[in-house]
Structures are given as C-alpha cells and as structure tokens.
Design a protein around this ligand. Structure first.
Ligand code: C2E
Ligand code: CA
Ligand code: CA
Length: 694
C-alpha cells in the first residue's frame, strides 16, 4: 500500500516538472520566433498567441489583431477550419490554407498559411503559424484550376482519356472520363501491350518512325481478353525534360469503335464483292495504282494475274445459278489459299478474278501460286448432291522491266488471258511482248465490228441451194456480209472473230434473223418463190436457253411460217458444253416445223451415231471433202449413211459439173456452190429464180 502511494506522488512531482519545463521551452521558442525574419506566429495549446515575428508585426499584424473577436486564432483561420486548428494543437496534424486578406489599402491579397505543431516526446509544442503573401501565385493556381476544369469538361464531353506515362518513374496517370477505356489502356511494362496482336507490328513501326517530341496518330484495336472489339484512336507524344531527355509519354485516347464499324460497313458496300467478300473492281483499281506507284518510286517488281472461269455461263445455265455461285465462292477460297495474304485477290465481276502480287523477285514467284491454284482447281466441286469440275483460263503479266509503263499491265495480262482461252482454255499463259500486235489487231476488229453494227453495215447475201432431182431451187443460205464503207463487201473470213465473241455473236445473230425474216416477208408479199432460207447459228445464241422461243416469236412477228426457215448448226455446237440445252432447243424448233441442218459435217469430231439424239433433217457435207477428189469415198459413205438415217444430204462448195455429176451418182439430193450461184444480194434473188426456172 505504502509503496504504491509513494509511486503516485512521485508521478505527480514528475508531471509538474515536465509542465514547467515545457513552458520554459515555449518561452524560449517564443523569443526565437520574434527574431524570425518572415511572418511567423506561435500559438499556445489553448490557441492564444504567444509570440509573433517582428517582420509580421512590422506589416501591421500585431498580436492584438490576430486574436480576439469572432474569428478563430485572431482571424488567421477561417471559421470552418477551427476543427483543423484544434487537431493541429492536440494531435500535431499540420495543415495549410489560402486565406483571403484585405490589406491596409483595402486591396485583396491571398496568404498561404501553414499550421504545424512539433512534438517533443509526447508533449506537443504550441502551434506555429507561418504566412506568406502568395497573391500572384494564387491567381495563377486559380487560373490553372479553371483550365483544368475546362479540360476535364472537354474530356468528359468527348469520352476522351488522357494517359501520362512518366518515363523516369514509370508511373501512369489517367485523366478524363472513360472508365472502360482506362481499364484496357493500362499496361505493365510496354505501352504497346494494350494493342491487339494484329495491329501491334504496325503500331510498333509507327512508334519507331516517330521523332522525339513529334505527335503521332494511331488507330488500332485494343487487346481485350473478353473478346469485345474496341477500336481506339490515339494521339501520342513524348515530352522532353529540361535536361533534353525524354520525360513523359502523353497519349490521348478516344473510342472510335462505332465510327470504325460505320466506315467498315461503308467500305464493305463500296469495296467488297457481296458474294465472295473479296475486294471488288474499285478496290482492285486502287490497289493496282498502289502497286504501280510502288514500282515507280521503289522499283518494286509486281505481277498481275487475270482469271476467267471456263464455260461459266454454261455451268450457270445447265446447273443453275446456285451452282454458279457455289463455284465462284469455291474459287474465291482457292484463290485465297493459293496466294499470300498480302496479295490482293479481287473479283472484277461475273466469273472474272484478278490477283495483284507485290514485292516479287522473279517470274517463279508468280508461276508457283498459279500452279498451286491449278492443282486446287482439279478437285471436283460438290454442289446439291452433284459433283462437277471446273477449270479456269489464266493470263499473267510481270512488271519487271522498269522502263515499261506499268499501267499497261492490265492490258498485257488480258492479252495473255485471251491467249490462254484461244489455246483451248484450262491453262495459264504469261504475257510476252510478242503477243501484243496480233491480239491488238483482234481487239481493234471487235471494236470496228461493234461500231459497224451501230452503223447498220451488216447485211445478208443469199446463196441458192438446188434440188438436183427436181431441178429446182429448194432455198437459199443467208450469209453475212459487211458492207464496209472503205473496203467494200467483206466476207465473214474478215470478221470471223466477231462470231466467236460472246456479245458480238449475239448481236450479229440478231441482225441475221431480223434481216432474213424481213426479207422473207418481203418476198412472200411480192410472190417471190424462194423456198426456205437457212440461217447460221453460233453457239453463243443457244446460251440464253430461250433460242427456240425467240425464233418462234420472231417468225410470228414477221408472219413467216416455220416451214420457211432452216437453221444451220455446226457439229461442234452440238457436241460442246451444255449439249442438253442445244438438243432441247433444236427438238422444239424441229417440232414447230423449222428445218435443222448439220453444217460443216466431217470437220468436227462428231460421228453420226453421236448425233442420233438430235432431230437433224439435213446433213451438209463440208466443201473441203467435196472439192478434194481423194475424199470421194468419205463423201459416198456420208451420203449412204445419212440417207439410211432418214436425213437428206446437201453438198457444199460444188464448183463444176464434174463434181455435180459425181454427187448425183452417189445419191446426193441437194447442191450448194458456185456452179449454180454465188451468194448474192437480196435484190438479185428474184431475177436468179426466174433465170433458173427458165
Ligand atoms: P458456211 O456456213 O459453211 O457457209 C458456206 C460458205 O461457203 C460461204 O462462205 C459461201 O460463200 C462459201 N461457198 C459456197 N459455195 C462455194 C463454192 O462453190 N466454192 C467456195 N470456195 N466457197 C463456197 P462465207 O459466206 O464466206 O461464209 C463463211 C462462213 O461464215 C460460213 O460458212 C458460216 O460459218 C459463217 N457465217 C456466214 N454468215 C453467218 C451468219 O449469219 N451467222 C453465223 N453464225 N455464221 C455465219
Ligand atoms: Ca452454213
Ligand atoms: Ca458449211
């Protein structure tokens, strides 16, 4: 008990001693404060003023001014900061404030006040106050604050995000209002981490090419693990410190996903082929121009490949458009497979495709993928339970000769493609300068024929076909003539290429039918007994699948009976692609009463047995057999065979009586040739008939 009481008393003595010591120290500190050469004051723990620096006093701030009245600590602290001042005195928590003050002259000043309490062991010192006039500085701080607010508003309005990366401390700060964006713009070591792997190389290249202090714009996809596609546009700039070293990287980010989707949609519409998803002709031309300028400026070698599906129209006509579309899609896939991702594979329209190959080292770089493509093409295509094969003709051109005009590349590849088709399709040909002239002549001819069609320069000549048993004119073959304004009357030998051109042969076919029918109508009206007129049909005319209807419509329109018309079809047309279509068309015409003649018999590959399925009324033995004496046996056999199959046989190209006599002996019914009459203008027909009848 006793010892305990003693201990308590000793404590009290110690406590009293401590207090006395603290007060003594405070007094000494107060002396020190008074000597400090700037505005400083010392408050007691009960917040009464102990000391004020002489300097502050000289400014008219006397202890009397500071303490008293309503203001806390003599007006040094705003009322709402009373609690902070208390916490400073009791717990030693320092704080500072900007304090508006009106000076003697009535001007508004700003003071920066700092309140701090120093502890000595667990005994706090009184509070020390320092004050500085910071009027000018405060204004700039306020201005900066206003600017900051404006910037923040702008950032929020536009959903922008600012990222500052301190290159020295590696700290990252964000400002702006785009929480989602911020999440994916955060990185650990490398700012490029946030870029989607697809775009990273491109961005890295951009970064590498950027000069210090230069702003660069990037557009890239963000790397997100949730699979959501987010595109950003970023302006990035490295700021240099006062020591000339890179100090910080500042990036401004904006989410452009919506805009990007819109542009993509527009680009898809404008630049993509909807069926295959490949670049279309517009984009192809764009890329071609890029290749041309790269070759002009960098001397880069590039290749151009034109691809045309063989007999695509026939596939469409016979297997249907679905099969055609399936084939085009398959081909698009094969092309993408055969060529590198950097190559531009485009669909130019219809069954025409093109590939631009950049950065080549030689012809092999181009022929290798072509061979790969041809390998792929050999595999059958399955569609709707059916399997079919397709082939393609390929024309290629290489721009290696840097003196040549790269813009000619398209034409050159086209010429090579044309050559490949002409050589029997299903092959590839690389352009050589020697190919040009011949093909150019051909293209020129087609151009001229097109112009001549619009000028109505085509007409028909009529060559008699004579029935030698009855000794009368059985009819006439209508043969096309081009009444050329400068070169006179040209025979088809001069414009044969036009009959092989899809578009032109249809137009010429139109002219032939309309001219012949109009003429027949006129002869019928005039009472000219012409028998039948034979019109030649080229293979393209069968392709629409409507030829039978078209012919019957025309006959009806001109009121010419079907029995007045013969159509001449060569055996190669019968045997070619889509022969189902040909036989169906021919059968319908035959049933309607149109006579069907098999033209140029013997020059193709068909045998009569092959032709049994077609309702052929007449066989026309080609003039090469008739005129060649050594082929007598063949002529004889054809006549015998044809007659036995119920066909009448016409011999073409009979020029003299000797030939005529032999043919009559073999049992040939009808004769066509110069012996009886050359092809003549329509106006001479009536006179010829009169002369023949005698
Ligand atoms: P083609 O159908 O075999 O026509 C017969 C050709 O032999 C005609 O030549 C005719 O003038 C010629 N010829 C007739 N008799 C004799 C003769 O005794 N001796 C000789 N040396 N030749 C004779 P053309 O008029 O020059 O026609 C050539 C080819 O042009 C025709 O051969 C035919 O394949 C084609 N052709 C002519 N008109 C048309 C047409 O309207 N449409 C189509 N698709 N082809 C046509
Ligand atoms: Ca003919
Ligand atoms: Ca013929």
């Amino acid at each position: 008990m006793k010892t305990q009481a003693l201990a308590v008393r000793q404590d009290m003595v110690a406590e009293d001693g401590k207090r006395a010591l603290a007060r003594a120290r405070a007094r000494a500190f107060g002396e020190f404060i008074r000597e400090i050469p700037f505005a400083t004051a010392l408050l007691d723990r009960d917040l009464s003023l102990i000391a004020v620096s002489r300097d502050w006093g000289a400014q008219g701030i006397a202890p009397g001014l500071l303490i008293g009245g309503e203001a806390v600590a003599g007006g040094l602290v705003a009322r709402e900061d009373a609690a902070a001042l208390l916490a400073c005195a009791e717990e030693g928590l320092a704080f500072s404030r900007y304090l508006p003050v009106t000076d003697e002259s009535g001007a508004q000043r700003v003071w920066r006040t700092e309140f701090s309490a120093c502890r000595d062991d667990d005994e706090p010192y009184p509070v020390m106050v320092t004050a500085r006039d910071v009027t000018g500085y405060a204004e700039s701080v306020l201005r900066a604050e206003r600017d900051r607010q404006r910037l923040t508003m702008a950032l929020e309005l536009d959903d922008l995000l600012v990222r500052e990366y301190d290159l020295r401390t590696r700290q990252v700060f964000f400002s702006g209002h785009a929480p989602d964006l911020q999440k994916y713009c955060t990185f650990k070591d490398d700012p490029l981490e946030i870029v989607h792997p697809e775009d990273r190389q491109r961005c890295a290249d951009l970064v590498a090419s950027r000069k210090l202090g230069e702003a660069r714009v990037f557009e890239f996809k963000l790397k997100r693990d949730d699979g959501i596609e987010t595109w950003v546009r970023s302006v990035g700039k490295v700021f240099i410190g006062q020591d000339g070293q890179p100090e910080k990287l500042v990036n401004l980010f904006k989410d452009i996903t919506d805009r990007r989707r819109q542009t993509e949609a527009i680009e898809t519409l404008a630049f993509k082929d909807p069926l295959t998803g490949l670049p279309n002709r517009t984009l192809f031309q764009h890329r071609f121009q890029e290749a041309v300028s790269a070759s002009e400026t960098l001397g880069e070698m590039f290749g151009l490949i034109m691809i045309d599906v063989d007999h695509f129209k026939d596939i469409n006509d016979t297997l249907g458009h679905d099969a055609g579309d399936a084939l085009l899609k398959r081909l698009a896939g094969m092309l993408q497979h055969a060529f590198r991702t950097g190559d531009t594979v485009a669909r130019l329209g219809g069954d025409e495709f093109a590939v631009i190959l950049r950065g080549l080292h030689g012809e092999a770089d181009m022929t290798r993928p072509i061979e790969a493509l041809q390998d792929l093409l050999r595999r059958p295509i399955q569609h709707g339970g059916r399997s079919f094969t397709a082939s393609a003709s390929i024309g290629a051109a290489l721009h290696g000769d840097l003196d040549a005009d790269p813009a000619h590349m398209i034409k050159n590849a086209d010429i090579a493609l044309y050559r490949a088709k002409e050589a029997g399709r299903n092959r590839s040909i690389v352009f050589e300068p020697s190919m040009r002239s011949e093909v150019e002549r051909r293209l020129e001819l087609l151009r001229d024929v097109r112009a001549a069609l619009t000028e109505n320069e085509f007409t028909l000549y009529y060559q008699p076909v004579v029935d030698i048993r009855e000794n009368r004119v059985a009819g006439f073959e209508a043969l096309m003539r081009w009444v050329h304004p400068e070169q006179g009357v040209l025979t088809p030998a001069r414009f044969m290429a036009a009959f092989e051109d899809q578009d032109l042969s249809l137009k010429l076919g139109d002219v032939a039918f309309e001219t012949a029918l109009k003429q027949m109508r006129a002869w019928l009206d005039e009472g000219v007994e012409f028998g039948r007129v034979a019109v030649n049909i080229s293979s393209a005319q069968f392709r629409s699948g409507r030829l039978a209807e078209e012919i019957q419509e025309r006959l009806a329109r001109w009121s010419v009976p079907c029995e007045r018309l013969t159509i001449e079809v060569t055996e190669n047309v019968y045997m070619g692609w889509g022969s189902d279509l040909v036989s169906e068309t021919v059968r319908r015409l035959h049933e309607a009463g149109v006579m069907i003649a098999l033209d140029d018999f013997g020059t193709g590959y068909a045998s009569l047995a092959n032709l049994r399925q077609f309702p052929i009324d007449r066989l026309k033995i080609d003039k090469s057999f008739v005129q060649n004496g050594e082929d007598e046996a063949i002529v004889k056999a054809v006549i015998t065979l044809g007659t036995s199959m119920g066909m009448k046989v016409v011999a073409e190209g009979v020029e003299d009586a000797e030939q005529l006599e032999a043919l009559a002996r073999y049992g040939c019914d009808q004769i066509q040739g110069y012996h009886f009459g050359r092809p003549m203008p329509a106006g001479e027909v009536a006179g010829f008939l009169k002369g023949f009848g005698g």
